[in-house]
Design a protein around this ligand. Structure first.
Ligand code: XLS
Ligand code: NI
Ligand code: NI
Length: 448
């Protein structure tokens, strides 16, 4: 492959310098951590839309991005040329997966048939480069939110013609998943929700959404597509209220409509924050329900209230995420870390795309190292085990196994003095726990 990006392949440099640049300090793909190579724990993926298509616009400003393929002025020429740039990008970063929406790849035509024909030409080129490099989609998805036809939703649009179009578009997207061997297929319903309840039939919209998902399950079966289906929760933005609000809401929706056997969740850090949660909370909720599927790795900004999609650089958060992953044994059956992240508007050079990914990959690799040390020492396991140990004996056992009822418990409770109850509670020394986590971060990375 030619040298399209003007950046060399990113080497592992270790701690040669404090300055983070175009080299990995922590990410060593083959290094064994907690029994597996780092690359298998992390399974990084590049997001086509943010990395190659995003012009770094914000609500008040035009794009600032400078990209090497901007010199192609014809949209179709650019779309085809861009594929070569993308594979060289993956190769130089040593990332084995990518993720894309159908609309990221090629411009639309007037009809779905014309749009599909353009898309297929680009997919042909992707298939060639996949065969050459072994780099494959972690997942693909369908953009059922960008075009003005989706102004009031796709699966939840009040217009049957738009639902029909959405189903047709989705069908082709599933065929692409099959053709390119996507390991997962994502549904993110950015416009599946409502702006205002006064003009919304909430029950009907949710039933329509479930119908579209069921049709997708049926069609995947028909064509022998075995990609894991994932729903990506987000509480709002662009829609005021999105039905897949957070992990818990999405799990309830899937169970209500009998779809829970066919779907898992793709969880995103910034979406968790928009829902008023931490990333760790969303991952834990999914884990407890057996629904952890994959992760969109990014982070929010504490001061700005929208989806900033920053590259992850927060060690505390990546430590928490990787602790959950280690405790689970994997991200999900086919899960990975997709950088649903973009550089800031002020980091507009092509080189910044590499820099952002290097920081994201290193921050996750560092989080993995810290979490693995905590895991090896059983720091959290012991702390939690001890905290609930009164349920391992006596009355605790009878509560958990269902032998106890309100009457048996009342009898045990009636004459217990307050002092005895207070003696049963213990300080959790939470400040010290947080301090210990800080020490794990500093010490583990200091020795790494
Ligand atoms: C938007 C979502 C989107 C999905 C894929 O906020 O994160 O990028 O990941 O449609
Ligand atoms: Ni996402
Ligand atoms: Ni997002």
């Amino acid at each position: 492959m030619s040298d399209l990006w003007n950046v060399d392949a990113i080497p592992f440099v270790g701690k040669a310098s404090k300055v983070q640049g175009l080299g990995f300090r922590y990410y060593e793909p083959e290094r064994i951590v907690a029994g597996k190579p780092m690359k298998d724990w992390l399974r990084f993926a590049v997001a086509y839309w943010h990395t190659f298509d995003q012009r770094l616009v914000d609500p008040f400003g035009d794009g600032t991005a400078q990209r090497p393929y901007d010199r192609f002025t014809d949209p179709m020429d650019q779309a085809l040329a861009k594929v070569d740039y993308t594979f060289e990008f993956y190769r130089k970063l040593n990332v084995k997966y990518f993720c894309f929406h159908d609309r990221d790849l090629a411009p639309e035509g007037d009809t779905l048939r014309e749009t599909n024909a353009k898309l297929d030409r680009v997919v042909d080129r992707i298939a060639e480069l996949q065969a050459e490099t072994g780099i494959t989609p972690l997942w693909n998805t369908s953009s059922l939110f960008t075009n003005p036809r989706f102004v009031s939703g796709a699966g939840t649009s009040p217009y049957a013609k738009v639902f029909t179009y959405s189903a047709g578009q989705l069908k082709h997207s599933l065929e692409i998943a099959k053709r390119l061997g996507s390991e997962n297929y994502v549904f993110w319903g950015g416009r599946e929700g409502y702006e205002n309840l006064w003009n919304t039939d909430l029950r009907r919209e949710q039933e329509h959404m479930a119908r579209l998902l069921q049709m997708s399950v049926d069609y995947a079966k028909e064509i022998g597509l075995d990609a894991q289906f994932l729903i990506e929760p987000k509480p709002k933005e662009p829609t005021t209220h999105q039905y897949d609000f957070d992990a818990a809401t999405t799990i309830a929706f899937l169970k209500t409509h009998g779809l829970d056997d066919h779907f898992k969740l793709n969880l995103e850090g910034n979406h968790a924050n928009l829902a008023g949660h931490t990333y760790q909370h969303e991952i834990r909720v999914a884990r407890v329900a057996g629904m952890l599927g994959s992760l969109d790795a990014n982070q929010g900004d504490k001061l700005i209230g929208w989806d900033m999609d920053e590259f992850p650089s927060d060690l505390y958060e990546t430590t928490a995420v990787m602790w959950e992953v280690l405790d689970e044994g994997q991200i999900g059956p086919h899960g990975g870390l997709n950088f649903d992240s973009k550089p800031r508007r002020t980091s507009f050079t092509a080189e910044d795309l590499f820099r952002g990914h290097v920081v994201g990959m290193d921050t996750y690799a560092a989080g993995l190292l810290v979490a693995a040390q905590m895991h090896e020492d059983r720091f959290i396991e012991d702390l939690v085990g001890e905290r609930y140990s009164s349920f391992d004996e006596g009355v605790g056992v009878s509560i958990e196994n269902g032998d106890a009822n309100l009457s048996t418990l009342e009898e045990l409770a009636l004459d217990v003095p307050q002092s005895e109850l207070l003696a049963a509670t213990h300080s959790d020394h939470l400040e010290s726990v947080k301090g210990t986590i800080n020490n794990y971060i500093v010490d583990t990375l200091g020795q790494a």
